[in-house]
Design a protein around this ligand. Structure first.
Ligand SMILES: *[C@@H]1O[C@H](CO)[C@@H](O)[C@H](O)[C@H]1NC(C)=O
Ligand SMILES: *[C@@H]1O[C@H](CO)[C@@H](O)[C@H](O)[C@H]1NC(C)=O
Ligand SMILES: *[C@@H]1O[C@H](CO)[C@@H](O)[C@H](O)[C@H]1NC(C)=O
Ligand SMILES: *[C@@H]1O[C@H](CO)[C@@H](O)[C@H](O)[C@H]1NC(C)=O
Ligand SMILES: *[C@@H]1O[C@H](CO)[C@@H](O)[C@H](O)[C@H]1NC(C)=O
Ligand SMILES: *[C@@H]1O[C@H](CO)[C@@H](O)[C@H](O)[C@H]1NC(C)=O
Ligand SMILES: *[C@@H]1O[C@H](CO)[C@@H](O)[C@H](O)[C@H]1NC(C)=O
Ligand SMILES: *[C@@H]1O[C@H](CO)[C@@H](O)[C@H](O)[C@H]1NC(C)=O
Ligand SMILES: *[C@@H]1O[C@H](CO)[C@@H](O)[C@H](O)[C@H]1NC(C)=O
Ligand SMILES: *[C@@H]1O[C@H](CO)[C@@H](O)[C@H](O)[C@H]1NC(C)=O
Ligand SMILES: *[C@@H]1O[C@H](CO)[C@@H](O)[C@H](O)[C@H]1NC(C)=O
Ligand SMILES: *[C@@H]1O[C@H](CO)[C@@H](O)[C@H](O)[C@H]1NC(C)=O
Length: 406
């Protein structure tokens, strides 16, 4: 996208990072000093390179210096091999390419991240890396490791305690950060990297336009049988348009891709999703009087293995309480196509509900028809087989005009 070379040309301001590495530095528990962090950043004509400290010391301050000094018309090289990070990355870049060939690993420190990660004002989502700006490429063979296990372990405990503010998601008290949020950004390409061990959703595209993710590898599986990975959606999209997600692999236990309110003009193609809850629209219509729109979404060539759902639309029922937070929203779901969809061992290959959260309460559903319109929905060329776990149950609610299932 941007015509920058990946080769670092040594410039006049070159600092020798090796001289830093040669001198042992105090452990990160004492904090990385400003001098130390400055010395980790190598400047050259056209960009910055960050050298890790090693020994699990905090590379966050050095990354923030590089993201500031090389924030526009630059290249930022992150060769790694490993950056330990205990600083929220709030980065706004213009015309800049990040070459992430190393791994950014967030520290497994709930007491740091929970109060500090950046709040996104949607379902209590917070992020460890708020990537904003315009004309940015984030590419490379490296990735982001969210150290999710410690979060899943803690979540399993909190859930059994009544989950004050944690049930079903993140909370302002126990804020599981999203490893990478593309937020209030435009014209962004993320290519080649992996995102693993995600505490919560792997990534969110938030109030952004023209965002492409390609060749991404996501995997978050717990190694602790009594603490499953939770809410590890691959991508969530919110108030965003012109999104492309393609040629990627997601191995998780929640939605592969989830289109949240006001997602339009989006394409998801050539995906391999294992263990997920499918490629989903919603939930929508949760808040009384709020208009939620998901439209013009095209999903094609999906291999969906061992999933709970394959293709899914979740819309809340209507509600007559003006303070309702469980239905009564308006808006529409329109022009959504799932095509060439191979669903193998899926519990509910196609699931459409206009009475989300009340599905088993037939009377409620009859009395509260959804105030959100679902139309022009296409399921084309579905192959594969269902798990049989829900044999005989009603799980396909098709509502609205022009619903087509082939
Ligand atoms: C942290 O700082 C204290 C006080 O300066 C020092 O005694 C200690 O050795 C330092 N810890 C490490 C791991 O360097
Ligand atoms: C980004 O590059 C374009 C030209 O491609 C230029 O017009 C614009 O000013 C640059 N933006 C910044 C913030 O430097
Ligand atoms: C975790 O974060 C807290 C709060 O920032 C800090 O006081 C503590 O030293 C950190 N612990 C570790 C092990 O880094
Ligand atoms: C992130 O950075 C932007 C731009 O510098 C700033 O406006 C915003 O307040 C910062 N957010 C947080 C949570 O620090
Ligand atoms: C982004 O790139 C486009 C095309 O080069 C340019 O017109 C625009 O000014 C750039 N945006 C910014 C904020 O630099
Ligand atoms: C597994 O999770 C449980 C519940 O959080 C926790 O008590 C236990 O220590 C964890 N085991 C390991 C090996 O992390
Ligand atoms: C957000 O967190 C608060 C507690 O901090 C909780 O009461 C609320 O239910 C959470 N909202 C969502 C949508 O999870
Ligand atoms: C479908 O996606 C797979 C990756 O999951 C890819 O290997 C294959 O080439 C794609 N097929 C078409 C026709 O695009
Ligand atoms: C979605 O877009 C519509 C139309 O622009 C707007 O009225 C509504 O408030 C938006 N909803 C959300 C949740 O942003
Ligand atoms: C339906 O959505 C697709 C994908 O965004 C778009 O290409 C197509 O033009 C839309 N169709 C209509 C009739 O708007
Ligand atoms: C709301 O609906 C319930 C039935 O679900 C009904 O008993 C109640 O009278 C209605 N309230 C209003 C204000 O319409
Ligand atoms: C149906 O989808 C499969 C992939 O899921 C593809 O291999 C096949 O060619 C498609 N069939 C038609 C008729 O397009």
């Amino acid at each position: 996208m941007l015509g920058f070379s990946r080769t670092a040309v040594a410039g006049a301001a070159l600092l020798l990072a090796n001289s830093v590495l040669a001198h042992p530095t105090p452990s990160r528990y004492n904090g990385t000093s400003q001098e130390q962090a400055e010395a980790q950043v190598e400047y050259w004509h056209g960009g910055c390179t960050v050298h890790p400290l090693g020994g699990a010391q905090d590379d966050g301050p050095a990354l923030l210096i590089a993201f500031d000094k090389c924030r526009s018309n630059s290249i930022i090289n992150l060769p790694g091999p490993l950056y330990t990070v205990e600083k929220v990355l709030n980065t706004t870049l213009f015309n800049t390419t990040i070459n992430l060939d190393g791994v950014i690993q967030y520290t497994p420190n709930i007491s740091y991240w929970s109060p500090n990660s950046i709040y996104l004002e949607y379902q209590n989502a917070t992020t460890a890396w708020y990537l904003s700006g315009e004309n940015v490429t984030l590419q490379g063979d490296g990735g982001i490791d969210g150290s999710g296990q410690v979060w899943w372990n803690e979540y399993a405990v909190l859930k059994t305690q009544g989950g004050s503010g944690v049930a079903g998601g993140s909370s302002r008290i126990f804020a599981r950060p999203i490893p990478l949020a593309v937020a209030r950004a435009k014209n962004i390409l993320v290519s080649g990297i992996s995102i693993t061990n995600s505490p919560f959703w792997h990534s969110i595209i938030f109030e952004s336009s023209y965002v492409t993710f390609e060749n991404i590898y996501m995997k978050s599986l717990s190694s602790n049988e009594s603490a499953q990975a939770a809410n590890t959606d691959g991508w969530d999209t919110y108030r965003s348009d012109h999104i492309i997600i393609r040629d990627s692999v997601v191995i998780n236990g929640d939605d592969c891709v989830s289109f949240k309110p006001n997602t339009t003009f989006t394409e998801v193609t050539n995906m391999y999703c294992d263990g997920s809850h499918g490629i989903s629209v919603g939930s929508l219509g949760q808040y009384y009087g709020v208009a939620d729109i998901v439209s013009d979404v095209y999903i094609r060539n999906i291999t969906m293995l061992n999933a709970e759902h394959g293709a899914r639309i979740k819309v809340f029922p209507g509600h007559n309480d003006t303070n309702s937070v469980s239905g009564g929203g308006t808006g529409y779901v329109r022009n959504i196509t799932w095509e060439d969809f191979d669903c193998e061992n899926c519990d509910k290959p196609i699931f459409v509900t206009g009475c989300y959260n009340y599905d088993s309460n037939t009377q409620w559903c009859q009395d509260h028809p959804s105030t959100l319109e679902i139309s022009d929905i296409n399921f084309l060329n579905f192959t594969g087989y269902a798990s049989g776990n829900y044999k005989g149950e009603h799980y396909l609610y098709l509502a609205g005009k022009n619903a087509v299932a082939e």
